[in-house]
Design a protein around this ligand. Structure first.
Ligand code: PLP
Length: 382
């Protein structure tokens, strides 16, 4: 866990994307981080025993330093998937008999990991429908150790007040955790708002090109020590080649996300006024119930939005030509998915209705194409 170059604390986000953490090429003086694929390192006369699974090899240190700086946190660890990062967080910080509070509308994989793996390990949990003071207090038990949220949430882009969550966690001596994947570190930094642990599926915006499965945890020096100690046993670190590729992707993170924010705002305004669209969920719209909180805690409203079409949603998707039907999100290309057929298929029509997900709902991950082309594509399909 050697520290890489921290860069300058006053740097702006775009400069951090380019320069923080970069490994300097002493041998050839190239301007990009060299790739160190070794899994075997000398053990004599060195300060640390380097090994990829210990999270202490050069490309791991480099990409972790950049992600930590982007989230304004002290340290980061990078994993082979978002789920590996989530698993490492939960199972490093919780033990049998402990209790944790989760927001109900979590990423499907996380929800499933809680109800299957945590249950199997004898860790107790409560899901709460709305994350407010009253529900949090009601869910609290003497064994509660952790509270876990996601904002904006999937697929209705619900916004949770992060200051409220962190205040509650501090008051009751709990660790607060957020999955910050949907916002990206460019649009939302929960750590300065008092949240303890930030998780990302790096497969989404951090990677940004739909070709890197990865995950990250950002937190304090103290907590990262606890998580790393267990993660070394779990395995699950990202390998050197992928760390290097992820570092390359991060060079353009700020640029990509700014373009995505701008496109998503324009598109949500277009959809909002369209007669064949029944509803639009985007935190950037003043009609969105979470708009005021989003304005306070986010630097940009992000690239995820969802909307209900008044016609057959599958027919509509088939008519699109620029926007692709695909299950993941956060890439440079625009993709669209039907929660009814994918993430929320298992809970059935009744279950979906209960959580407010109409069968005509589509979730849209806005890419960096020209907004005019995306709008034309949507308009002609509508
Ligand atoms: C995709 C995703 C995950 C899981 O990440 P993987 O990289 O697929 O393991 C977790 N949380 C959110 C919000 C996601 O979108």
């Amino acid at each position: 866990m050697e520290k890489s170059s921290d860069g300058n604390r006053n740097w702006g986000t775009s400069t951090i994307c380019i320069h923080t953490g970069a490994v300097s090429d002493q041998q050839h003086k190239g301007v990009v981080s060299p790739l160190y694929p070794a899994t075997a390192y000398n053990y004599l006369d060195v300060d640390i025993h380097a090994y990829p699974r210990y999270f202490n090899t050069p490309n791991m240190i480099a990409v972790s330093a950049k992600i930590a700086a982007l989230e304004k946190g002290e340290r980061a660890l990078v994993y082979g998937s978002g789920m590996a990062a989530i698993y490492a967080t939960l199972f490093s910080l919780l033990s049998p008999g402990d209790h944790a509070i989760f927001q109900n509308d979590l990423y499907g994989g996380t929800h499933h990991a809680v109800t299957s793996e945590m249950k199997r390990m004898g860790i107790l949990y409560t899901f709460i429908d709305s994350v407010d003071e009253e529900s949090l207090v009601a869910a609290l038990t003497p064994q509660t150790k952790l509270v876990y949220v996601e904002t904006p949430s999937n697929p209705l882009l619900k916004i949770i007040d992060l200051s409220l969550v962190s205040k509650f966690a501090r008051a009751h001596d709990l660790i607060s955790v957020i999955d910050n994947t949907f916002a990206s570190p460019i649009n939302q930094n929960p750590i300065p708002l008092g949240i303890d642990v930030v998780i990302h599926s790096g497969t989404k915006y951090l990677g940004g090109h739909s070709d890197i499965l990865s995950g990250a945890i950002v937190t304090s020096e103290a907590l990262i020590g606890r998580i790393r100690e267990h993660s070394v046993n779990f395995g699950g670190n990202l390998n050197a080649q992928m760390c290097h590729l992820l570092e390359r992707s991060l060079l353009t993170l700020a640029l990509r996300v700014r373009q995505i924010n701008q496109n998503a705002m324009e598109i949500s305004e277009f959809l909002y006024q369209h007669p064949k669209v029944d509803a639009v969920y985007y935190p950037g719209l003043s009609s969105h119930p979470g708009h005021d909180i989003a304005k306070r805690q986010m630097a940009g409203f992000g690239g995820m939005l969802s909307f209900e079409v008044s016609s057959d949603p599958d027919e509509f998707v088939r008519k699109l030509s620029v926007i692709r039907p695909a299950m993941s999100l956060g890439g440079v290309e625009s993709t669209i998915t039907s929660p009814r057929l994918t993430s929320h298929a298992k809970i059935g029509a009744e279950g979906r209705q209960k959580v407010g997900i109409s069968d005509n709902l589509l979730r849209f991950s806005v890419g960096i194409e020209d907004a005019a082309d995306l709008i034309r594509d949507l308009d002609s399909a509508l």
